[in-house]
Ligand binder design. Sequence first.
Ligand SMILES: NC(=O)c1ccc[n+]([C@@H]2O[C@H](COP(=O)([O-])OP(=O)(O)OC[C@H]3O[C@@H](n4cnc5c(N)ncnc54)[C@H](OP(=O)(O)O)[C@@H]3O)[C@@H](O)[C@H]2O)c1
Length: 308
Amino acid sequence: MSTSEQGVIAVAGGTGGLGRHIVEELVEDCKYKVVVLSRTPNPSLTALGVDVRPIDYTSHTSIVKALENVHTLISCIAAGGDALADVQIKLLRAAEAAGVKRFAPSEWASDTQINTNIEGYFPKKAVIEELQKSKLEWTLFMNGVFMNYLASPRGTGHLQPLKFVIDTENRTANIPGTGNEPVVMTTVQDVAKFVVGSLSLPSWPEKSGIIGDLTTYNHVVKAAERITGEKFKVEYRSLEQLNKAIHPDAQSIMENFYTQVCIAIAEGAKGGFVFEGTLNKLLPHIKTVSVDEFLAHWWTPSGIGKSK
Ligand SMILES: NC(=O)c1ccc[n+]([C@@H]2O[C@H](COP(=O)([O-])OP(=O)(O)OC[C@H]3O[C@@H](n4cnc5c(N)ncnc54)[C@H](OP(=O)(O)O)[C@@H]3O)[C@@H](O)[C@H]2O)c1
C-alpha cells in the first residue's frame, strides 16, 4: 500500500504525554495528515496544523464521524481502570464501522501477553482480545520503561514527571530484584520515531517491540554515579519483599500498580519488560538513545540538563 493511501493518521489521546510526542513527530515528518481525537479542544495542537476532532466516547456516531477517512488509528489513551478498555473497545467498533484499516491499542510498556500479573494492564488485555476477533490490522507497541523518568522532573518532555526506581535528582535508587535482571528502556522521543517509521511498513507485525537500550538497573546506577560524580544510596527489594508489599484488599487496580510493575521487572524475561526489538530490526536507520547518552545529556554537571 502506498503512503498516499495511508495519508490520514489519527491519534486518540494525542493531547497527552506520549500521544503529544507522537503527534509532534508526525507533524515534523510531514508525510501524513494528522488527526487528534480529543474530548476537549486543543488550540496549541490546532496551531501546529493538526486536525483536532471532538469525540464523545458515549456516542458511537460521534466516534465514527471523527474517524472519517482515517487509515490508521493509534491509541495513547490512559483512562483509569475499566474505562481504558471501555473507551478503546468503543474506538475499535467505530474504527471498523468507519473503514479504518490499522489500529494500535494503548500498550506502550511491556509485553502484556506474557505478563499476566499487572492488574493495571488487565484492561489492555481486554482490548487485545477484541482486536483478535476483529478484521482490523493491529500491532502492540512495546517500549519497556520510558527512559525519560531517569531525568525527572526536567527531562520528561510531555510526560508527567515520575521518579520510578531511580531518583537521579536525589541520588537514590530503590531497585526491584537483584538489579541484574534485563529491562528495556526507551525515550519517549525514540518511541515516537519508531511509531512514525512503522506507518510505512507494508504490514504490521502483531508485536512491535522497540528497544532504546537493553540494560539493567545496576548498570543505570553505575552510569548515573559516574556521570554525576556522586555515590547513590541504593536499596534493593527482593521478589519476596515486593510480593509482601502487595495490598490484598486494594480499593482500585492502580493501588498495587507500581509494586506489580517492579515484580514484573524483578522477574526478568517472565515479567515482559524484555522482548524482541522487532521494529529495531525492521527500521534499522532509526538510531536510539542509550541510557548512558541520556544520563550524560541530562546530568553531566556542565551538560545541557545540568545536574543541579
Ligand atoms: N512504559 C512506560 O514507562 C509508561 C509510562 C507512562 C505511561 N505509559 C503508557 O502510555 C500510554 C499513554 O500514557 P500517557 O501518560 O501519555 O497518558 P496521559 O497523558 O495521562 O493521557 C493520555 C490521554 O488519554 C485521554 N484520556 C484520559 N482519560 C480518558 C477517558 N476517561 N476517556 C477517554 N480518554 C481519556 C486524554 O485525552 P483527551 O483528554 O484529549 O481526550 C489524555 O490526553 C498508556 O498506555 C500508558 O499505560 C507507559
